[in-house]
Design a protein around this ligand. Structure first.
Ligand SMILES: NC(=O)C1=CN([C@@H]2O[C@H](COP(=O)(O)OP(=O)(O)OC[C@H]3O[C@@H](n4cnc5c(N)ncnc54)[C@H](O)[C@@H]3O)[C@@H](O)[C@H]2O)C=CC1
Ligand SMILES: O=C(O)[C@H]1O[C@H](OP(=O)(O)OP(=O)(O)OC[C@H]2O[C@@H](n3ccc(=O)[nH]c3=O)[C@H](O)[C@@H]2O)[C@H](O)[C@@H](O)[C@@H]1O
Length: 465
């Protein structure tokens, strides 16, 4: 099948390479010439395990090409939309300009029977509006819009594309659904479950999944805070929860909360769209989920401040982690970076090390960047593990003792072997781990005036270089 893929970011590039792996002829179209040049030369523009091999396989086979030129779409009659749908500036809603611009660019190239398949995460109702645009421009029934959302996780993008746990095919006609299913024949033959539905349900199923995942993390983080206050053990507690088959053991890790290019903005876009539809309860619930999430970042900043005697000014902090999660170089709305930035803004000398994301920080004047764990922590009054990279959990605390000023570590991802660190003389602190219990006592405020920047402003600033 000849297929075009609009948008070659984490989603689109992985999707295009996966399609080529299955034998389709695929052209990836992007407005970013730098990205296109890299992909065309089989050089991944981001870190994603297994992606380099998949990309190289596609490019060398000749089945996978990339271009900024719309004419490269050629005679493809199935087009996937994988462009970004970030949060709109000054609003909680999704910014759909890239979706509209990709569809407008496609319009003159859509022949009779063309199928436009959305994969980006969009507010429910978007496919209907796109179908109207196509019908107005081309005449009713000439081209169809369907939705086939993607559920991959960064750091597992290739694995999730080659072995997804479900396929959702939202189409208004059997013909369109059949054509989408034909694209995924290798997965369907391998038994991957397919849910065939309408485009509206497909769009909503995707954002709903992210809403449920984000809510689950905030619930766990509330439980962790209660554990901390009550002197209970959050790790044993989540083990108990996970043994209930109705809850399950996955996605129950407490700590610094969720970040990344999707969960935070999808949560807000969902609440915004639900409000437009007259459903106010969505915002009531999801604003709380969002606030609990931001609270983890404030709590972590406060913990660091307390451990440094009430002020971070001129204190040296070694930060391990900048990416929003392990095995990724993505720093979009990264909780780790939000905390590091807030501490630097409050006057701390912050040195950050991240195995893959450090290149994004090269232009930052407020943060020093170190190329190793030891150099990040050299002379540190406080060490903070803010991203769950396995390399950080594997650090030898006895060896690290030799480089730091003080053996105090904040384990914001609950990823360290506490006993081992304590045996090496470290004071190990973590959100969710017990602090002094005061029955009926008042709790300290988490707000010490050290502010967190708007993550979108931080992202914009980072991109602007
Ligand atoms: N990153 C992820 O793990 C997943 C992302 N999604 C969704 O997929 C969509 C894309 O996300 P990412 O790949 O992370 O974003 P991204 O920001 O990494 O990539 C988006 C790409 O679209 C390109 N683009 C923008 N306007 C364009 C246009 N008019 N024509 C062609 N290309 C254009 C950009 O230059 C960029 O390369 C979003 O809706 C996201 O919510 C869904 C599942 C997983
Ligand atoms: O729409 C998307 O883009 C994707 O968003 C998430 O995937 P992703 O953001 O790549 O990563 P997750 O593994 O979900 O982690 C998100 C954030 O939550 C945090 N997290 C995750 C799990 C957990 O138990 N606790 C926790 O704090 C992570 O550290 C990270 O900051 C969803 O898991 C994917 O299904 C979805 O396709």
């Amino acid at each position: 099948m000849r297929i075009s893929v609009f948008g070659t970011g984490y989603l689109g590039a992985t999707h295009a390479a996966t399609l080529a792996h299955w034998g389709h002829e695929v052209v990836g179209i992007d407005v970013d010439p730098h990205r296109v040049r890299r992909l065309a030369a089989a050089r991944p523009p981001f870190h994603e395990p297994g992606f380099a091999e998949l990309l190289t396989g596609g490019v060398t086979s000749g089945r996978l090409t990339f271009s900024t030129e719309l004419d490269a779409v050629g005679d493809a009659d199935l087009h996937f939309l994988c462009v970004g749908t970030p949060q709109l500036d000054g609003s909680r809603a999704a910014d759909l300009r890239a979706v509209w611009s990709a569809v407008d660019a496609l319009l003159p190239r859509l022949g009779a029977g063309a199928l436009v398949v959305g994969r980006s995460t969009v507010p429910v109702g978007t496919a209907t509006l796109l179908q109207q645009r196509l019908d107005e421009a081309l005449g009713a029934g000439r081209a169809e819009v369907a939705w086939n959302p993607e559920f991959l996780r960064e750091a597992h993008a290739v694995e999730d594309s080659l072995r997804p746990d479900r396929l959702v095919v939202g189409a208004g006609s059997d013909d369109a659904a059949d054509r989408i299913c034909a694209v995924y024949a290798p997965l369907i033959d391998a038994g991957v479950p397919v849910v065939r539905t309408d485009p509206c349900t497909a769009e909503l199923a995707k954002s709903s999944a992210n809403v449920v995942l984000a809510s689950r993390i905030s619930v766990v983080n509330v439980l962790a805070e209660v554990c901390e206050a009550a002197g209970a053990d959050i790790e044993r507690l989540t083990e108990v929860l996970g043994l209930d088959p109705r809850i399950g053991p996955h996605y129950l890790s407490p700590g610094l909360g969720f970040g990344g290019g999707c969960l935070p903005k999808d949560l807000r876009a969902f609440a915004s769209r639900a409000a437009e539809l007259g459903v106010s309860t969505a915002a009531q619930l999801l604003d709380a989920v969002d606030e609990v999430n931001t609270h983890q970042r404030h709590r972590t900043v406060q913990l660091a401040t307390d451990l440094l005697g009430g002020t971070v000014r001129d204190r040296h902090i070694g930060v391990l982690g900048a990416a929003f999660k392990a095995d990724s170089d993505d720093i979009r709305d990264s909780p780790a970076l939000a905390v590091a930035s807030a501490l630097a803004a409050a006057g701390a000398c912050v040195t950050v090390h991240d195995p893959k994301a450090a290149h994004h920080l090269a232009h930052r004047r407020d943060l020093r960047v170190a190329d190793g764990i030891d150099s990040a922590c050299a002379g540190a009054d406080l060490t903070m593990v803010l991203t769950d990279w396995p390399a950080f959990a594997a650090v030898d605390p006895a060896a690290l003792s030799a480089v730091v000023q003080r053996r105090v570590v904040v384990d914001a991802r609950l990823s360290l072997d506490v006993e081992r660190w304590r045996a090496a003389g470290w004071d190990v602190r973590a959100l969710g781990r017990p602090r002094e219990v005061s029955l009926g006592g008042t709790e300290g405020s988490a707000d010490d005036g050290v502010g967190l920047a708007d993550p979108r402003a931080v992202d914009r600033d980072l991109r602007a270089g």
